[in-house]
Ligand binder design. Structure first.
Ligand code: IPM
Ligand code: MN
Length: 355
C-alpha cells in the first residue's frame, strides 16, 4: 500500500450558528474521509467574537503562523451581536483572506432539484453558473480615510485599488476555470466601464489581452447593474462571471437567493498556490444559535468544495450527490432556518449516512 498524504485542516467554527453548521460539515467530512481512506488531522481554533470579548484577541500572530502551514481552512461564520460591525469582519475574515493571499472567491450559483426558486418559470437547468470574485483588492483594501472627521466639513474617501497583477491573476484563474468547467465555455466580465473608467478600463484591457491565450473561451461583458437584471431575467445566459471584490460580494448574495437562499450557498476563498479557506457564505445568524434549526447544507457543500480543491475531485462530488439525493427525497420541507422539517443535526446525519 502506498503511503497517503495526511490532510491537515484548520477548523474555525466562529460565531453564532457557525459552530452548529461546522459540526454537521465535519460529520460529512469524516464520513467521506473514512469512505475514501483519506487521512486527515483536524485542529480547532476558537477565533471569533467570544474570544475577542474575553481576551481582546482577534487573530494572534502565532495562530496566523500556524494557519499558513495547513492544507485548508474550514470556517463557520464570523460576526457577533455584541461586537461592533467591522471589527471581526476586517480583523479576522478579511485579514485571513488578505494574509493568505486568497485572491479568488469562488461562488457557485446552482439551483438543485426540488428547491423552490423565487424566479418565475426558472428551474435547475436555468440556474447553474459560477462567480469568480476577486478577493484581495478593490474597495476592500482599506485605502482611503477621513479628513475633518465629525465636523460639518468632513470628507470620507474609500478607494478601489486595482493592480494589473491582481486583476490579471484573477482573470487567468477565471479563464482556466471556464475552460475546464466546459459548460458553454463563456466568461462574462461584470464591471462598470461606463462610469468607473479607470478601474474597469484596466479590467477590460487585461480581460481581452488574457482572452487571447484562451481562444476556446467565449468572452462576454455586462455592466454590474445589467448583470443583476440578467441574473433575474435570464440566468441561463451565464456560465462563469468574473468581477471585482465589491461587485462580487453584491451579486453573489443575489445569486444565493436565486439558488434557494443562504442555507445552500457555499464559497471558497482560494489561493491556488497556497492555503484556501471554505465557508458557507451566509452570516452567523445569531438569533438561531443553539436551536438546531439552521440549515447546514451550505457548510456541507463547502466541505465538498474543500475536498475537491484538495485534489480529491471525485470524493468532493459525492457530497454534492448526497445533497441532491436529500433534496430529491422531499424530506426537507424548506431550505430556510426553522422551516426545514428536519433539524440541523438530522440533516448532517442524513448526508453523512448517504455519502
Ligand atoms: C462575504 C461577506 C464579507 C464580505 C463580509 C462579512 C466582510 O459579506 O463573504 O460575502 O463582504 O466579503
Ligand atoms: Mn457578502
Amino acid at each position: 500500500m502506498s503511503s497517503q498524504k495526511t490532510y491537515r485542516i484548520a477548523v474555525i467554527p466562529g460565531d453564532g450558528t457557525g459552530p452548529e453548521v461546522v459540526n454537521e460539515g465535519l460529520k460529512v467530512f469524516k464520513a467521506l474521509a473514512a469512505a475514501e481512506s483519506i487521512p486527515y488531522d483536524l485542529t480547532h481554533y476558537d477565533l471569533g467574537g467570544e474570544r475577542y470579548k474575553k481576551t481582546g484577541e482577534i487573530l494572534p500572530e502565532s495562530v496566523l503562523a500556524e494557519l499558513r502551514t495547513v492544507d485548508a481552512i474550514y470556517l463557520g461564520a464570523i460576526g457577533h451581536p455584541d461586537v461592533k460591525p467591522g471589527i471581526l469582519e476586517k480583523g479576522l475574515l478579511l485579514r485571513l483572506r488578505f494574509e493568505l493571499d486568497q485572491y479568488i472567491n469562488l461562488r457557485p450559483v446552482k439551483l438543485y432539484p426540488n428547491v423552490p426558486c423565487p424566479l418565475k418559470d426558472k428551474g435547475p437547468k436555468d440556474i447553474d453558473f459560477v462567480v469568480v470574485r476577486e478577493n484581495t483588492e478593490g474597495l476592500y483594501t482599506g485605502a482611503g480615510g477621513f479628513m475633518k472627521k465629525g465636523t460639518p466639513d468632513e470628507v470620507a474617501t474609500q478607494e478601489s485599488i486595482n493592480t494589473r497583477k491582481g486583476v490579471e491573476r484573477c482573470l487567468r484563474y477565471a479563464f482556466n476555470y471556464t475552460k475546464q468547467r466546459a459548460k458553454a465555455k463563456k466568461l462574462t466580465l461584470c464591471g462598470k466601464t461606463n462610469v468607473l473608467t479607470y478601474a474597469f478600463d484596466l479590467w477590460e484591457r487585461a480581460f481581452y489581452e488574457v482572452a487571447k491565450d484562451y481562444p476556446d473561451v467565449k468572452t462576454d461583458y455586462a455592466h454590474v447593474d445589467a448583470t443583476c437584471m440578467w441574473m433575474v431575467k435570464n440566468p441561463e445566459w451565464f456560465d462563469v462571471i468574473v468581477t471585482d471584490n465589491i461587485f462580487g460580494d453584491i451579486i453573489t448574495d443575489l445569486g444565493a437567493m436565486i439558488q434557494g437562499g443562504m442555507g445552500i450557498a457555499a464559497g471558497g476563498n482560494i489561493n491556488p498556490e497556497g492555503v484556501s479557506m471554505f465557508e458557507p457564505i451566509g452570516g452567523s445568524a445569531p438569533k438561531y444559535t443553539g436551536q438546531n434549526v439552521i440549515n447546514p447544507l451550505a457548510a456541507i457543500c463547502a466541505v465538498g468544495m474543500m475536498i475537491e480543491t484538495l485534489g480529491k475531485g471525485k470524493a468532493g462530488k459525492r457530497v454534492e450527490s448526497a445533497v441532491v439525493k436529500l433534496l430529491e427525497s422531499g424530506k426537507m420541507k424548506s431550505l430556510d432556518a426553522g422551516k426545514m422539517g428536519m433539524s440541523t443535526s438530522e440533516i448532517g446525519d442524513w448526508i453523512a449516512a448517504n455519502i
